[in-house]
Write a protein that binds this ligand. Structure first.
Ligand SMILES: NC(=O)c1ccc[n+]([C@@H]2O[C@H](COP(=O)([O-])OP(=O)(O)OC[C@H]3O[C@@H](n4cnc5c(N)ncnc54)[C@H](OP(=O)(O)O)[C@@H]3O)[C@@H](O)[C@H]2O)c1
Length: 396
């Protein structure tokens, strides 16, 4: 099957890429859930009142479907109920993805997500830095008791720019005070260490978070990209509710260790970059060039050579999704959800119609035979720019 690229407004295409081939019209697949058709018909008026429950999309029954879909991260007293997919808010303020979005527009997107059943929102001190938490805080203040807010600490800053890792206890406490202010809340539902600081024993980090939990400033503890050894050490001090690692059809390195450790210890797994920064939404091709200031320019699986090679995987996904009557993004997120019941992807988007497409993945069903047949075909494709198996056992 021949793939077609999605089309985007020309100013955005330029901000992401210096050159791209002309994207043709958005793929015209039948939407299994009908969500995308519903979304394109929704005007901004629908989002003006975040408390409104009487939207046309809800009447169609599809959004209500997603509202019913919840998952549990972590176990026992440390468990956290969240929507089956969360919303990654990073790209709202990251120049790598698009120009920094207007705050009032993003407040509408975040509140629109709540209306559609999303209860799990992901941000971090380093996104912006700082401004992302302000967007999330403003959007969710009136809805605070209905949602789970996750944020991350672990970096130092110099002149408003990220300067290095810093997870010393005093720095964690300072970071959390700033987060609470920017998020306009009295507690962070899920407080992650963003990256392991090699200068600070992980037990000290877990101990500091344990104290913050006892003080009520944080409710649950999370880690991101920590090695299996460090996950175990931290979990012994303060049970970990969720591990947030990169996981997608392209980047599957954590199947070697982290996901197994989570299953063993009863820790939830939150895949970041689940649509591969838009690659699985058909946004890039071998002629795509990222500007030098974009972090994408240093992503090994997004070099022109890698994209050209890795298109084989996108073609496979496109074939399968066409047969299933869904979109490649819905296939990609649905596949992640099908791997384990404790997996909760957090696709990032700044557009409500993309969010609705993403949420449609919660309706995708795979049989065991389909999962094994797809995996067998996928594993024949040698990807370029993905992490090697050894790296699954180290902090990153
Ligand atoms: N723990 C960590 O170290 C870490 C690292 C990176 C990210 N994260 C978290 O994970 C979240 C998700 O990762 P990510 O944002 O880097 O990558 P991602 O979710 O794989 O991709 C985001 C990109 O995909 C596009 N997209 C999403 N749905 C789409 C759809 N249906 N059709 C077309 N395009 C679509 C978005 O563009 P539009 O805005 O145009 O929809 C955006 O540019 C982040 O927001 C952040 O919260 C965590």
């Amino acid at each position: 099957m021949r793939r077609k690229q999605k089309s985007y407004p020309s100013n955005e295409r330029n901000s992401i890429a210096k050159h791209q081939t002309n994207g043709s019209q958005r793929r015209n697949f039948l939407k299994k859930s009908g969500l995308v058709i519903g979304a394109s018909m929704l005007g901004n008026a629908v989002f003006a009142n975040p408390k409104s429950t009487d939207t046309s999309s809800k009447k169609e029954g599809k959004i209500a479907n997603f509202i019913d879909k919840q998952r549990v991260l972590g176990s026992g007293a440390h468990s956290l109920k969240v929507s089956a997919l969360g919303l990654g808010c990073m790209s709202m303020t990251s120049k790598s993805y698009n120009p920094v979005r207007d705050k009032s527009d993003m407040v509408k997107v975040i509140r629109g997500a709540v209306e559609r059943g999303v209860t799990f929102f992901d941000t971090a001190e380093v996104y912006g830095p700082f401004s992302n938490e302000e967007y999330v805080g403003e959007a969710l203040k009136p809805l605070r008791d209905q949602v789970v807010i996750a944020s991350k600490f672990g970096f130092s800053f110099d002149n408003g720019r990220r300067a290095g890792r810093d997870a010393r206890p005093a720095s964690i406490r300072k970071a959390v005070e700033g987060m609470l202010q920017r998020l306009q809340t009295d507690r962070i539902d899920l407080l992650y260490l963003h990256r392991v600081d090699p200068q600070v024993p992980i037990e000290d980090v877990a101990g500091t978070v344990k104290d913050l939990i006892q003080e009520g400033k944080a409710l649950h503890f999370g880690l991101s990209e920590a090695s299996p050894d460090n996950i175990r050490k931290a979990h012994d001090v303060q049970p970990v509710t969720a591990l947030q690692n990169e996981y997608s059809l392209v980047q599957r390195v954590h199947e070697h260790a982290a996901i197994k450790v989570c299953e063993e210890l009863g820790i939830g797994f939150v895949p970041w970059c689940p649509v591969v920064r838009g690659f699985l939404a058909d946004r890039f091709n071998e002629y795509t060039r990222f500007s030098e200031d974009s972090r994408f320019s240093s992503v090994p699986y997004l070099t022109p050579e890698a994209i050209k090679n890795n298109m084989a995987l996108l073609n496979l996904v496109s074939d399968w999704s066409a047969k299933m009557g869904i979109t490649p993004v819905q296939f990609s997120l649905g596949w992640l959800l099908a791997q384990k019941p404790f997996i909760v992807p957090i696709p990032g988007t700044t557009r409500i119609h993309h969010l609705e497409e993403d949420l449609g993945s919660a309706d995708v069903k795979f049989t065991e035979e389909e999962l094994s047949a797809f995996r067998a075909q996928m594993e024949k494709i040698e990807l370029i720019g993905v992490r090697d198996a050894d790296s699954a056992f180290r902090d990153s």
